[in-house]
Design a binder for this molecule. Structure first.
Ligand SMILES: NC(=O)c1ccc[n+]([C@@H]2O[C@H](COP(=O)([O-])OP(=O)(O)OC[C@H]3O[C@@H](n4cnc5c(N)ncnc54)[C@H](O)[C@@H]3O)[C@@H](O)[C@H]2O)c1
Length: 322
């Protein structure tokens, strides 16, 4: 199936990721069917989308008319058959449970024509396993979005062993069309690109914190204002080219023997978890969120984060303003 043939989108699962994915497609002008197992979950998803569209409008990224258009293009349903009947591109964003995904993929194949592309948002499962019960595997692909899906530009588009080149390219072109920044992976590797890179950064950051080299505030400040500042505009390989490869080679040879290389989650995380700390949700993580912590604190932090992300999205990724 090529890009021109894609007219209708279905998103299966309307949780944290699914509602943001649905919002991205409806903002991109596609009619979207958003499916979940309960009406009340879909109601919550629709409210999240409404609130987020209002933030996009306030940030000057979309017009008031665009909000109405996006909401008019969004249909929610608990009827899977209706959700996928006319869909040409289907994105699955249900829980990370292999058996659940396998069954859903099988049902979707039975309910759709053999042409529709079926994409999984899996973080860690193999496309071969997810599609084990699907007959026509060339139309399966992974599109891995990042939370919050409506705001983070990058989507990893991953080719499974049986994915056709056309499926990979159509998924890529579709994401470009809705103003995302897709990247292609020509084969599956655990964690794809971004989670692999992020896990190495996390391991070193947690080790430095655990050794008491600097405070949590200063570690965050240092990363945000240096590599974070740079990486928001130029990638790590271009950074190396600009700095000089000989210098990078020397620095890596000097530092790598001293950096963390453990293959298990750093102990500092286990220590905090054992003390009942789970970050902002529990009132304490690396920072203290006060003892009178309430649900409002998490919502306020998410809203502040989204406003900052919108600012960057507008300046770094979306050229046209309304
Ligand atoms: N949370 C993240 O940061 C993140 C990032 C990238 C990818 N992912 C992946 O995206 C997928 C969804 O993650 P999430 O965080 O949105 O989960 P979530 O729990 O927030 O949402 C899952 C939704 O699927 C619904 N659901 C459950 N069973 C279903 C079924 N049989 N059919 C349809 N809907 C069903 C649930 O009601 C829920 O609304 C997972 O595969 C996850 O690994 C998550």
């Amino acid at each position: 199936m090529n890009l021109k043939e894609i007219q209708n989108i279905a998103v299966l699962g309307s949780g944290l990721m699914g509602h943001g994915i649905a919002q991205s497609f409806t903002m991109g002008g596609y009619p979207v069917m958003l499916y979940d197992i309960q009406e009340s979950i879909l109601e919550t998803a629709r409210n999240h989308i409404k609130n987020s569209l209002a933030l996009f409008h306030r940030a000057g990224l979309i017009s008031a008319g665009d909000i109405d258009g996006a909401l008019a293009g969004l249909t929610t349903t608990v009827d899977l058959k209706w959700a996928v009947a006319d869909a040409d591109f289907i994105v699955e964003a249900i829980p990370e449970d292999l058996a659940l995904k396998q069954d859903l993929f099988k049902q979707v194949e039975e309910l759709t024509g053999s042409q529709a592309i079926i994409a999984s948002n899996t973080s860690s499962l193999n496309l071969k396993d997810i599609g084990a019960k699907v007959k026509e595997k060339s139309r399966l692909v992974i599109t891995h979005w990042f939370n919050p899906a409506q705001l983070v530009p990058t989507v990893e588009v991953v080719k499974g062993a049986a994915t056709s080149d056309e499926t990979l390219d159509t998924a890529y072109q579709l994401l470009l069309k809705i103003k995302k920044t897709p990247v292609k992976l020509y084969r599956e590797v655990p964690g794809f690109l971004v989670n692999r890179i992020q896990s190495v950064l996390a391991r070193e950051v947690l080790d430095l914190y655990d050794k008491g080299v600097a405070s949590a505030e200063d570690i965050d400040k240092a990363v945000k204002g240096s590599i974070g500042f740079r990486l928001a505009s130029i990638g790590p390989l271009l950074t190396m080219d600009l700095g000089g490869l000989q210098l990078w080679c020397k620095v890596l040879e000097n530092l790598l023997p001293d950096t963390q290389s453990a293959t298990h989650a750093p102990g500092v995380l286990e220590k905090l978890i054992a003390q009942g700390h789970d970050g902002i949700k529990s009132g304490k993580g690396f920072y203290d969120y006060n003892t009178d912590f309430s649900k409002g604190a998490l919502e306020a932090a998410v809203k502040k984060r989204d406003q900052q992300f919108l600012h960057r999205l507008k300046n770094l990724y979306w050229e046209t303003e309304v």
